[in-house]
Ligand binder design. Sequence first.
Ligand code: FES
Length: 131
Amino acid sequence: MSEQPPSPPTHTLHICVTCRPKGAPPDAVRDGRLLFEAVAALHADWPERHQVALNGVECMSGCDRACTVALSGPGKPSYLFCDKAPTPETAAAALDLAAQYAASDTGVLMRGERPAPFRSGILAKIPPSTP
Ligand code: FES
């Protein structure tokens, strides 16, 4: 009997890799890239990685509010967070938030229940698509 490969992730954690602070020179290392790499290092061994894919994207139209992080999942509202520092704390919190999101039936992330770095800075909460 052959073992079934794991199902592809149903949720996605998006991180903008091109975010940079206002006024940073264009050739400077991007804060968004630093945050993405910190999350990717944790995601590689993260128990929930089979539920939540990590997606590095170039711009989510929150450029004045770097760094930006988003979540999307089937039948759930999508979120766009801004003003996130490219720190190890933010990276770990992004995965904690993604795990909460994937485990929730509704995908609603109440402020008081979110990890501290994500209790502020929601730029958008977009309703799920309708059938
Ligand atoms: S460069 Fe990151 S949101 Fe535009």
